[in-house]
Design a protein around this ligand. Structure first.
Ligand SMILES: NCc1[nH]cc(CCC(=O)O)c1CC(=O)O
Length: 319
């Protein structure tokens, strides 16, 4: 493998959103690439790109994101910049990514996965079960809302949007008694002072791809491809292949809350999946294991079985 490595005169341009979490993930990517190829920091250029999602989210701060648009909302401008050649690679939270990329782009590099769990965040309570009857919970996640209402129909869920910092501010202002964040975000931002308790996936199955940084590139960019393959984490890739096959076959464009998690034990892959009614009134969950090589097939089959068990009327399709 002979790569013309980037240099300060011809840096590798790393595209990212501008939130503190997005930047931390871009820095981690730069650090890993720098270490793998013994390159100085200035062989890379971090290019911050603001997306429709970021802009609209600021202007329409109280409007649920799902009304503003679908998953592509935070990636469109970044992908356009990459196709134009303004950036070479883009660093994403894989859980925010559609399962399919636009023609000419590939998302096949994943960094070692962080903690996959959700965190319960509250200055006054330590677990969901401790919340008083009718307590106000802030979340903008369709999945977390449905999972919560499934276990505690008495709770009052209010829309809680914005980046990690915004949501913590709302909590301290008393807008809600608790909220939820991904443990991965808390760890990547080194937020040791956040009142967070990790929730076992047995109690709240995380979002598909939660905690995994994914790096996208142009399919024909061999320099980027060769460099990224040096930092790709194979085990994370195998887990995500199963989870994303489940998501793909369930159709990520539907508004039904979906959760999923693949774990590896040697060559055995355990896949759990869950679909819920948005109001939490019904949840269907499956838990299966198989050979890791069959991970994507396991995901696809699980999707079929969840769809069959759910029956017509369960899924609310976006029109
Ligand atoms: N939807 C926003 C988002 N996208 C990725 C993360 C956290 C990091 C990750 O899961 O990789 C978060 C914040 C959250 O869910 O609390």
């Amino acid at each position: 493998m002979k790569i013309v490595l980037p240099s300060p005169a011809s840096p590798l341009k790393i595209g990212t959103r501008g939130s503190p979490l997005a930047l931390a993930q871009a820095f981690e990517t730069r650090r890993r690439l720098g270490a793998a190829f013994d390159l100085p920091e200035d062989a890379f250029e971090i290019v911050v790109i603001s997306t429709t999602g970021d802009n609209r989210a600021m202007i329409e701060a109280d409007r649920p994101l799902k009304e503003i648009g679908n998953k592509g909302l935070f990636t469109k401008e970044i992908e356009e910049a990459m196709l134009r050649g303004d950036i070479d690679i883009a660093v994403h939270s894989t859980k925010d990514m559609p399962v399919e990329q636009p023609a000419g782009l590939v998302l096949d590099t994943f960094l070692p996965r962080e903690d996959v769990r959700d965190a319960f965040i509250s200055p006054s309570h330590s677990a969901i079960r401790d919340l008083p009857q009718g307590a106000v919970v802030g979340t903008s996640s369709l999945r977390r809302k449905a999972q919560l209402l499934n276990r505690r129909p008495d709770l009052n869920v209010v829309e809680f949007r914005g980046n990690v910092q915004t949501r913590l501010r709302k909590l301290s202002e008393g807008v809600a008694e608790c909220t939820f964040l991904a443990m991965a975000g808390i760890r990547r931002l080194n937020m040791a002072d956040v009142p967070a308790t990790a929730i076992s996936p047995d109690d709240m199955l995380p979002a598909i791809a939660q905690g995994a940084i994914g790096i996208e590139r142009r399919a024909d960019d061999t320099r980027a491809g060769d460099m990224l393959s040096a930092i790709h984490h194979a085990e994370t890739g195998l887990r995500l292949a199963a989870e994303r096959a489940l998501l793909a076959a369930l159709d990520g464009s539907c508004e039904t809350p979906i959760a999923g998690l693949a774990e590896l034990d040697g060559n055995t892959l355990r896949l759990r999946g869950e679909v819920l009614r948005p109001d939490g009134s019904e949840a269907i969950a499956l838990d299966r294991s198989g050979d890791v090589a069959d991970g994507p097939a396991l995901g696809t089959q699980m999707a079929c079985d969840l769809l069959a068990q759910a029956g017509p009327g369960f899924f609310a399709w976006r029109d």
